[in-house]
Design a protein around this ligand. Structure first.
Ligand code: HEC
Length: 495
């Protein structure tokens, strides 16, 4: 079971897991008043106890839960539905595997499946919604491309299925739940920090040298800095964008000098912020895409401060101060990548290919490029290099993708939880790889030596991790991500 203490003063939620005997232990928390809470009680009635005073190593009151249902199939009550992950919704709804796969490969990277399934429409209305979702460019959905991301026949098939399970009269299903975590997956402390604004579609995190975590908001003009010691968030207002453009920052990265970099994916600029003075400087990014269509999303900053990306059929090195290209390495197969990563020594570039399944790896010293395909609908999107220069990417189709530098070949590792998707992957100093299992409310840790996944269950049933940041200064490492719905999550494994 997940036991939480929620601080009265700053709403920081700390979650630990009980063992099989119901024992649990919190790390040292600041003295004060807390709410003792069970996250995701599921087959039990909700439990919360206010006004629990913490001052040192206190024993907490016993928690007695009352069972809702004797069955292992959960009733479709609103409190239970709200705890269900996208995976559990898909396990519980009727429909063919092919119908559900259409949804999981086409609807996974902008918002939760809960957001889809809490709606009820007839087939005509679902068709109209799908048209915007499938033809709209990037997450603003402002520019419409008559050619959709999948065929009109598949679009019609998805509308038909959605109307059959989420029509005006469709009841919520009885729910089949994923198993609760056991063993090593319970040896973790998870801390969540709510951010001050709703519906900003938070996207990336990056840590600075003072232990603060920066985050970007995808569809609003704020970037923010969380001080995890106090929970205090300082917001910085990005100056207004050009007329007619949607504000919003996609990629964010704090460089070694403490300068924060961001990409305005819809307004087509790169900005840099000096947090000491609060000054923003904008660099217009010359791209072919029309305003409000994505310009490429995210970039890699090399140790010398140059920006790297793949667009228009080449791996480009760009002067970050002026936007001018200083080096271009031609690709043969893939015109662009969504992801951009640079190895620790700046020698290799890697990215998830676009518009087909594959990756682009370049040796920026020799000019050699590798462009392997990955399996159909694997969708490697974004990732990072490990210390052996292997490139790891999050596959949207639900797998971890590795380009092994010594072997010059791809390895694919499917996620253990059904209907889970990925977006990004990060390797730590020990060579382990981390990433959110989007839509399954889990966050994994993968050991390449044993090829074993440990899955940490998240207190909120989402896991929409589009960029993580690993703090390698702690032992074990500490992992951070910002969820699309607006909270920053810290994962501290105990082993
Ligand atoms: C490219 C990004 C993107 C993709 C992919 C996407 N959506 Fe959306 N969707 C949005 C945005 C943006 C909104 C409205 C703002 C928000 O809620 O985030 C939205 C809203 C919705 C809503 C309305 C939610 C509500 O509560 O009012 C539904 C339903 C929906 N999407 C269904 C789908 C389905 C089904 C798919 C897959 C075919 C899909 N979306 C794929 C971006 C996307």
């Amino acid at each position: 079971m997940m036991v939480q203490l929620i601080a009265k003063t700053n709403a920081i939620r700390t979650t630990v897991f009980t063992d099989a005997d119901g024992r649990y232990e919190f790390p040292t928390l600041e003295a004060g008043a807390y709410t003792l809470h069970i996250a995701q009680p599921r087959e039990f009635f909700p439990y919360a106890r206010d006004g629990v005073a913490i001052d040192g190593a206190d024993a907490l009151p016993d928690i007695v839960l009352t069972r809702i249902a004797k069955s292992d199939v959960l009733p479709p009550d609103p409190e239970i539905a709200a705890q269900m992950t996208g995976s559990e919704w898909l396990m519980s709804l009727s429909g063919s595997g092919a119908d559900k796969r259409l949804l999981t490969v086409n609807c996974n990277w902008c918002h939760s499946y809960q957001q889809i399934f809490r709606n009820h429409y007839d087939e005509r209305s679902w068709s109209k919604i799908l048209y915007r979702m499938i033809h709209g460019a990037g997450s603003p959905l402002i520019n419409i491309n008559p050619r959709g991301r999948f065929s009109p026949a598949d679009e019609a098939r998805l509308a038909h299925w959605l109307a059959s399970v989420r029509g005006p009269g469709s009841p919520d299903p009885a729910f089949i739940a994923l198993p609760r975590p056991q063993g090593r997956a319970t040896h973790v402390v998870i801390t969540e920090y709510e951010l001050p604004r709703l519906e900003t579609a938070t996207h990336d995190v990056s840590g600075d040298a003072d232990g603060n975590i920066w985050y970007s908001t995808h569809r609003s003009s704020y970037v923010g800095r969380l001080d995890p010691r106090t929970g205090k968030v300082t917001e910085f207002h990005v100056p207004p964008v050009q007329p007619g453009a949607l504000p919003g920052t996609h990629w964010i990265h704090v460089d070694k000098n403490g300068i924060v970099w961001g990409s305005e994916n819809w307004a087509h600029n790169i900005w840099r912020l000096d947090p000491r003075s609060g000054d923003f400087k904008r660099i217009p990014w010359r791209v072919k895409e029309p305003l409000n269509s994505p310009m490429g999303g995210n970039y890699a900053l090399d140790p010398d401060g140059f920006i790297w990306k793949v667009r228009d059929g080449k791996v480009s090195k760009v002067d970050a101060q002026t936007g001018a290209e200083v080096l271009g390495i031609i690709t043969k197969k893939f015109p662009g990548t969504y992801g951009s990563a640079i190895s620790a020594d700046g020698r290799y570039f890697g990215g998830g290919a676009w518009p087909r399944d594959g990756v682009v790896i370049a040796d920026t010293k020799s000019g050699e490029v590798w462009e392997p395909d990955t399996s159909v609908n694997s969708g490697p999107a974004r990732g990072e290099f490990d210390l052996h220069d292997n490139y790891w990417a999050g596959g949207r189709g639900g797998e971890l993708v590795e380009f092994n530098m010594a072997e010059k070949r791809i390895h694919e590792f499917p996620l253990p939880t059904p209907y889970a998707s990925m977006y990004t992957a990060q390797a730590d100093k020990n060579g382990e790889v981390w990433g959110g299992e989007m839509h399954s409310g889990r966050y994994f840790r993968f050991d390449p030596k044993t090829e074993h996944f440990t899955e940490y269950v998240l207190p909120e049933p989402y896991g929409i991790d589009r960029e993580s940041w690993i703090d390698n200064s702690t032992d074990p490492v500490t992992v951070w991500y910002v969820d699309h719905e607006g909270w920053i999550t810290r994962i501290q494994p105990r082993d």
